[in-house]
Design a protein around this ligand. Structure first.
Ligand code: IVH
Length: 704
């Protein structure tokens, strides 16, 4: 929360908070390498201020409260006039209250405002003598800053020469645009350097760096100017409206935010200001550089003069802070997803973190080269950015928070979806199967052990069939001809006959497996079994509407609608399977009564009660939730876990993979571990494989 504060319980907690904040501020203003993200720092600073308000006598000298740059002192070049900070408001109400108090102070309404972006970089003063850039100085502690003139040549928008030979100081912000940040990190890591965590950090580090073997660009935007003491320059610089000063600076050839989508505008009245504030806020995500708020300044010199300044901030300007859009969190893993066209894209799995009101658990990583460029590692603390509707992205690791425990990110050798080779010749990796990747993957999935279980039909063989144009979906498998297979590479008579026999066997698999083979999203093995047992025939599944689907245990309104929609798309494939003679019924299951009949109403009520349907209640495992663990023996020895689950469900039970209070029975084989212990703890009945085999003996014979 933007407005929350850390709670400091006692003097020790207060002292620790002051220490942490001072260190973070020092790092932030020196190199940009803060250990805290902005939100965390603000929370801490507010906690410190609250504690000091309650215990003024305990206030420590080292406290960052009320100091420019949190008291971080760097540099020895005195400023001609202090470089102040800004006070903050966080809401329309706070802004209206601030305006009212300013107008009370000056005794009249503020004539006009300048509303401009609060650029997220660092403040500098650029001194020009006779139109030539003489010195570039950081803000430092506001009284004196550091000379960073050596970096000026790589700052876009800060000309070496002005269009007129004037002697003035231009003040503004140096930042990195998103593009400069990307490019900067690329060169930096190429040279063995650690990447910058975010553009602000990059700008700060770049300004201070000397003798770098490479060049990294930053950008300057002016937000003010003043005459230098020795200049004898136009009094206009101090007496003019702020908007005119900015226009003057721009005319001299210095970058201002004019021309960007968030350029400074003049506004009269609180309402007009609010409108512009909202507009800038909504433009934020689409800007090519970072902003962390909006600065609102009294435009007329007379208003500014009458308002005056405090030691930390002027009273004629305020920063209207936007919510933080960057947070530091941990990179837990990288997933590789394959898109429609075969593009293989990495995605970061993050320790969930709240950013601007939503919880972020995943973020895009663009492409493999990007991971290398950013030198990301698993376990890294990373800076994550999310604003508005943009997809969250990992900006970079926070390299100085590394512990040494981080591990490299493994890149896939083969397409993670279909197992084919990967084309790595371009930045974006692509499955060599392109659009066919999904086809290879879906046919391989359908042929898999837990679906149609077609022995001898691995990914390589599927690739061959797809490449030869013999298979455009898995229904085509059932119409393959012997000659066609024999014509393929490495397909002799024996393998061909074996494959054809395996396909023949697959033709009579139970409906649950055929349905599962369709790969309907959200219906894995166990859901497919429940659907097949409930409806008993494919016709009935296809005819079901969303309401009827919800009678299947575990299907809610959302999933029901999605399944119905997907089945409409799959109708041609299902028809093709029927034509190919593939079995479309579930052995042992009875179709439910036609919807709309009296019987079906009672049935719906049963389902709502959580009861097994009609005939199911006579089955040996009716109403029982069964978990299997350990190695099966005896009659059950050859059954895979999926086949065990199928067996449980045929016998009327519900299979589950984890033991909880809701478990009714645990089938515990050899080497059963923690699940057995947990079941015993919870007093759940435990059966050995032999005992269980007897309970379900009548269902063991049914061929799965
Ligand atoms: S005016 C005395 N205008 O925000 C007036 N500051 O929190 C002080 N900043 O140190 C500055 N964009 O680094 C001003 N349009 C803008 C700004 C801006 C960013 C920064 C600047 C300043 C800090 C205060």
């Amino acid at each position: 929360m933007t407005n929350s504060a850390a709670v400091l319980a006692d003097a020790a907690a207060y002292a620790a908070a002051v220490e942490e904040a001072s260190q973070a501020a020092a790092a932030y203003y020196a190199t940009g390498e803060s250990t805290l993200d902005d939100d965390a720092y603000d929370r801490l600073a507010r906690g410190i201020a609250a504690y000091e308000a309650d215990h003024p006598e305990q206030t420590l000298d080292s406290s960052p409260t009320g100091k420019v740059a949190g008291g971080a002192a760097v540099g020895d070049v005195p400023h001609t006039e202090p470089m102040l900070s800004l006070d903050n408001v966080f809401s329309a109400e706070q802004f209206a209250a601030w305006t009212a108090s300013l107008e009370r102070r000056i005794g009249r309404p503020v004539a006009a405002w300048s509303v401009e972006p609060k650029l997220d970089g660092l403040a500098v003063a650029a001194r020009y003598r006779d139109g030539r850039l003489e010195r570039l100085i950081t803000r430092g502690d506001g009284i004196a800053g550091e000379d960073v003139s050596h970096a000026a040549a790589a700052v876009v928008g800060l000309p070496e020469r002005l269009s007129e030979p004037v002697t003035i100081e231009v003040r503004g912000e140096i930042l990195m645009t998103d593009e400069q940040f990307e490019r900067g990190n690329a060169v930096r890591t190429e040279h063995g350097g650690a990447p910058f965590a975010n553009p602000r950090n990059g700008a700060a580090g770049t300004l201070r760096a000397k003798d770098r073997a490479y060049r990294v660009e930053t950008t300057f935007y002016a937000y003010g100017a003043l005459p230098l003491p020795e200049s004898g320059e136009p009094a206009a610089l101090t007496d003019s409206p702020h908007s005119e000063i900015l226009a003057y600076v721009a005319a001299l050839g210095v970058h201002t935010a004019a021309g960007t989508p968030v350029e400074p505008v003049r506004a009269t009245g609180v309402e007009e200001v609010q409108e512009r504030v909202a507009a800038i806020g909504s433009l934020r995500a689409s800007l090519p550089f970072g902003i962390d708020g909006i600065v609102i300044k009294a435009d007329l010199a007379a208003d500014r003069r009458d308002a005056g300044s405090g030691t930390r901030a002027p009273r004629w300007a305020i920063a209207y802070k936007l919510p933080a859009v960057e947070k530091i969190t941990r990179l837990l893993a990288v997933e590789w997803n394959v898109g429609r066209t075969g593009i293989i894209a990495p995605r970061a799995v993050l320790e969930p973190v709240e950013i601007d009101g939503s919880t972020v658990g995943y973020a895009t990583l663009h492409n493999p080269a990007d991971i290398t460029r950013r030198d990301l590692r698993i376990g890294d603390q990373v800076m994550v950015y999310k604003a508005g509707d943009v997809i969250p992205r990992v900006e970079a690791p926070v390299a100085h928070l590394r512990t040494g425990e981080e591990t490299p990110i493994a890149f896939p050798d083969l397409c993670p979806r279909c197992g084919s080779a990967i084309d790595t010749s371009e930045q974006r990796w692509r499955c060599t199967r392109g659009r066919d990747c999904r086809l290879v993957a879906s046919v391989s999935y359908a042929a898999g052990r837990d679906q149609l279980d077609i022995e001898g039909l691995g990914a390589t063989r599927v690739v061959q069939l797809v490449d030869a144009g013999l298979v455009t979906d898995f229904a085509d498998l059932f119409t393959l001809e012997r000659e066609q297979l024999l014509a393929l590479d490495r397909m002799g008579e024996t393998s061909t006959d074996n494959l054809l026999a395996a396909i023949e066997t697959a033709r009579s698999r139970p409906l649950s497996r055929v349905f599962c083979a369709l790969g309907v999203r959200g219906t894995g093995r166990s859901m497919s079994r429940r659907i097949a047992r409930y409806f008993a025939t494919m016709d009935r599944i296809v005819a079901a509407d969303a309401e009827e689907l919800q009678r299947v245990d575990g299907i809610g309104p959302e999933k029901a609608a999605a399944v119905v929609a997907e089945l409409v798309e799959l109708a041609p494939l299902i028809d093709k399977l029927v034509r190919a003679g593939v079995a479309m019924t579930e052995p042992g299951a009875t179709p439910p009564p036609e919807p709309g009949t009296e019987e079906s109403e009672a049935d719906a009520a049963d389902a709502a009660d959580g009861d097994a349907r009609g005939p199911g209640s006579e089955l040996p495992l009716a109403g029982l939730t069964v978990v299997v663990t350990g190695a099966m023996t005896g009659a059950l020895e050859k059954l895979s876990r999926n086949q065990m689950n199928e067996l449980i469900e045929r016998a009327g039970g519900k299979s589950s993979s984890s033991v909880s209070r809701r478990t009714s029975l645990l089938v515990a084989g050899e080497k059963a571990g923690s699940k057995r212990a947990k079941a015993e703890d919870l007093g759940i009945r435990v059966a050995e494989p032999g005992e269980f085999a007897e309970m379900v003996a009548a269902f063991l014979a049914v061929d799965a």
